[in-house]
Design a protein around this ligand. Structure first.
Ligand SMILES: [Zn+2]
Length: 581
């Protein structure tokens, strides 16, 4: 039974190494291919032989990746199907654990290979650097520690997921409580906000315990790998060869200097629009930040998902013929599953089908402006996959996250230029405003979360009180004009709710870096739309074959996050906001 939204996809290339009839859900079929690659490696006598070997390895990795993706897609599109769940779990439990050590063995063979030095430098530089890095960082004694880390992360998620509050006689999850912060009734918002803040604070000790143990583990992992602190280890582990901790600190400084004035200005406008300036004391409070400042009803961009798709198609038709063709092809191949329905997993994602070399988009659209932002965003990722599909080296068909998000965030900004496909003029401007305000408001939070982690991992042995003080210092610097009087404890522990700090250490600044790239692409398109789009597409086609600064340069963006780079971009956003109001 086919549980996938799409039927048979056209093969991008006929297989030359992986047998046509293989069962990729059966380890007994897969293992011999890894054996063959291991046995063949010593026989590679030239760079050409080694390249052939790499491409065969690539073909196998892509086929396995696609098998895993297909099972994941089927499971998320059909959560009510026991068959889909079983197939997915079978892969996760029986194939994945066997796969990882075999892939790592091939990486080690590659790094030690005598022909490796003879590979064309320009072509293999990035691949070589990444594989070598991965092999060099591996320590057998860290495997158990990483398992321990993963278990603590799971405890964090379980704790967060278990929290509920009793709101006006009904049990609600914290996610469900989020929508009350958009209610026009201020007293209701405050009640909802206080309830959630108090509930989180009740668990503060548990969050702190989990985090203390995570820090201890991570410091040990870093020491085992020969690093003096976990920050330096994490930078290497995340493959950050093209920027340093100092660059991140400069980024934080630039946010404080160049972006905070805009944030304060927007907060002051919000305060006036909410009528708080007529109250005493008329400060903006933590529960005043998500509501529409003019108390308007939510935007309604569409009713049916089919309408969302056809209007999105029209946006791309107006933007660029080639991108529009890609989106049309995705519809023809049924590579979109977008409607919210029973028996479907929550959330949204874009997944590459690595062997067919086509993207798939999953989301749960219900008719909100957020859905329009999501489809534009995920389409940007999909365009990236389509653009890089001619690349034969599997590792190069995807780029580092810092640039992947340029592809998607640029598409939000470029697509918004034609958002009239969804709205009349006034609502179109309101949608653009909300989007731009969101972009500006993200930077200070990014700087807070990132700066906090730099502090955490370069101040070993710190106490909980010192940690809270470091957080509060960042909140003072990047929080703007929000009055937390009476809620000091909630403010000091606000970081408990940012799951990246627990689950994905140091993984956050990427979004800030990418957002600058996206703003630059948008700025370029204001000057010369055809050139900006041509650069964008050319950069996407490079996939992950070049280092970050070159990917950014190809897209027409400097790979810098200092004040001089940020200033004109924020100015553009502010000018645009002024025009839209
Ligand atoms: Zn994304």
């Amino acid at each position: 039974m086919n549980l996938l939204p799409f039927r048979k996809l056209p093969a991008h290339k006929p297989r030359t190494f992986v047998p046509q009839a293989i069962d990729l859900g059966d380890w007994a079929h897969i293992a011999p291919l890894f054996d063959q690659l291991e046995e063949r490696a010593p026989q590679c006598q030239s760079a050409t032989d080694l390249e052939r070997w790499l491409l065969d390895w690539s073909e196998l990795s892509a086929a396995l990746d696609e098998e895993s993706s297909r099972r994941y897609i089927a499971m998320t599109c059909r959560t009510d199907s026991a068959e889909a769940e079983k197939a997915y779990l079978h892969f996760v439990e029986n194939i994945d654990p066997q796969l990882k050590p075999r892939q790592f063995a091939l990486e080690k063979i590659y790094v030690a290979h005598p022909q490796r030095e003879k590979l064309l430098k320009q072509r293999f530089q990035v691949f070589d650097r990444d594989v070598k890095n991965h092999v060099e960082l591996f320590r057998p004694e860290n495997v158990a520690l990483e398992t321990e880390d993963a278990k603590l992360c799971q405890q964090y998620q379980k704790l967060v997921g278990s929290l509920t509050v009793d709101f006006r006689g009904e049990e609600k999850t914290l996610v469900q409580m989020g929508r009350y912060l958009e209610e026009p009734d201020r007293a209701l918002r405050q009640e909802a906000w206080e309830l959630v803040a108090r509930r989180r604070l009740q668990e503060a000790e548990k969050f702190e315990d989990i985090f203390d143990r995570l820090i201890e583990l991570r410091e040990q992992i870093a020491r085992n790998a020969g690093f003096k602190n976990y920050r330096d280890y994490a930078f290497r582990r995340l493959g950050r060869f093209d920027y340093t901790p100092e660059d991140c600190t400069r980024f934080h400084d630039a946010v404080a200097r160049e972006i905070m004035p805009a944030v304060r200005e927007l907060q002051a406008a919000r305060r006036r629009q909410l009528g708080l300036d007529k109250l005493h004391p008329g400060h903006l409070r933590p529960w005043d930040l998500a509501v529409d400042p003019q108390n308007r009803p939510a935007l309604k961009p569409f009713v049916e998902v089919g309408e969302m798709v056809s209007r999105t198609q029209k946006i791309f038709d107006r933007l660029d013929g080639e991108l529009a063709g890609g989106f049309r092809r995705m519809q023809e191949l049924h590579l979109l599953d977008l409607d919210n329905r029973k028996g479907k997993a929550p959330g949204g994602y874009q997944q590459n089908l690595s062997e067919s070399r086509v993207p798939f988009i999953f989301m749960n659209a219900v008719g909100q402006q957020r859905d329009v932002e999501t489809i534009l965003h995920e389409a940007g990722h999909a365009f990236h996959a389509l653009a890089a599909s001619a690349e034969d080296l599997y590792a190069y068909r995807s780029a580092p996250i810092e640039f992947c998000e340029v592809a998607s965030m640029s598409m939000e900004l470029l697509g918004n230029e034609f958002i009239e496909e969804f709205y009349a003029a006034a609502d179109a401007n309101r949608a653009r405003r909300t989007h731009l305000e969101g972009i500006i408001g993200f930077f200070p939070w990014m700087a807070t979360v990132d700066g906090f982690q730099h502090w955490i991992y370069t101040n070993p042995g710190h106490s909980r009180a010192e940690r809270a003080a470091a957080w509060l210092e960042l909140m003072d610097r990047f929080g703007g004009e929000v009055d937390w009087t009476g809620y000091e404890a909630a403010r000091a522990h606000l970081w408990h709710r940012q799951l990246h700090i627990f689950l994905h250490p140091f993984y956050y600044v990427e979004y800030g870096i990418a957002q600058l790239g996206a703003l630059q692409v948008w700025a370029n398109s204001k000057r010369d739309q055809a050139k900006a789009l041509a650069d964008y597409k050319r950069a996407l086609a490079l996939g992950g074959s070049r280092p970050l600064p070159e990917l950014f340069a190809a897209a027409g963006c400097p790979f810098r996050f200092d004040a001089a780079t940020i200033r004109p971009l924020i100015q553009l956003a502010r000018d645009e906001l002024a025009k839209l109001s």
